[in-house]
Design a protein around this ligand. Sequence first.
Ligand code: GDP
Length: 300
Amino acid sequence: MITFLSGGTGTPKLLRGVQRIMDRHEISVVVNTAEDIWISGNHISPDLDTVMYLFSGILNTDTWWGIRNDTFTTHDDAQRLGIDEFIAIGDRDRAVHIARGEMLRNGMRLTNVTKVLCDRFGVRENVLPMTDTEIITQVRTDLGLIHFQEYWVRAKGALDIYDVVRTFVDPPAATEEVLAAIEASDAVVIGPSNPITSILPILECEGLRTGLNNKCLIAISPFIGDAPVSGPAAALMRARGFEPSSKGTFSCYHGLVDIFIQDIRDPVDIGGSVRFDTLMTDEKKSVALAQEVLRLAGLC
Ligand code: GDP
């Protein structure tokens, strides 16, 4: 068994390769939920949705969110009725958010809700939210503290950010399912996800770091030089006091990583790191990187 820590783009690209070459029952994924948000009364968990749709074969891999060939009739009509739905939600995607919202309102744990949804989508991998506690990532901007999605989706990232703040009522704790998956794993892989908004929220869950003790941990950098392959990671890293680079990424995971993977093009030098082509521009490249990662995991 291998456990992956995942956000909603970089690590899912790696998982696209992993699922082609590994027994699906041997794959566990601990998914970030700190970008979750309630919209129009329903519960969006962007990273859980992406991982679930990927494993069920319906993910829109042009965008890495939403369901392939989805329609947006409800979203368009809601906008016309004056509902401020700043995230474009597809009709089929919305059905998932409605179902998740209903189950949560009825008192189910997010872990169990995810299991129900994954079963209905025929997902055989073990997909686990990092915690059952609601947690929100906000960024401090000139407009004040706003939800990360307001910054990234509504404002298209065109705001200066000065801090990244996590808010919650109860401190998030890693679930027993997450700790059991890690315990049963030969290796844990931090995919090339955004360190600040995707991976640190997982590592910050109570009990998680202790659970990783004595586990072989492989991490893949989402940076090449001073820029991430995509997305707002650089601004977020700066706001949290980390250099936006593989070096900053390595510092984020300080003391945890046994094997650090950088891209072959990355000019930043980190002693002892392993180099591969990490740009997963198509499925073949995802499979090639997955093969290297699983080979390293086998050496752990
Ligand atoms: P989010 O939840 O949508 O932000 O997605 P993640 O946190 O999982 O992934 C975002 C990160 O993926 C960004 O920082 C990108 O630099 C990184 N990324 C995306 N595609 C690739 C790729 O093909 N290779 C590498 N190395 N990183 C990638």
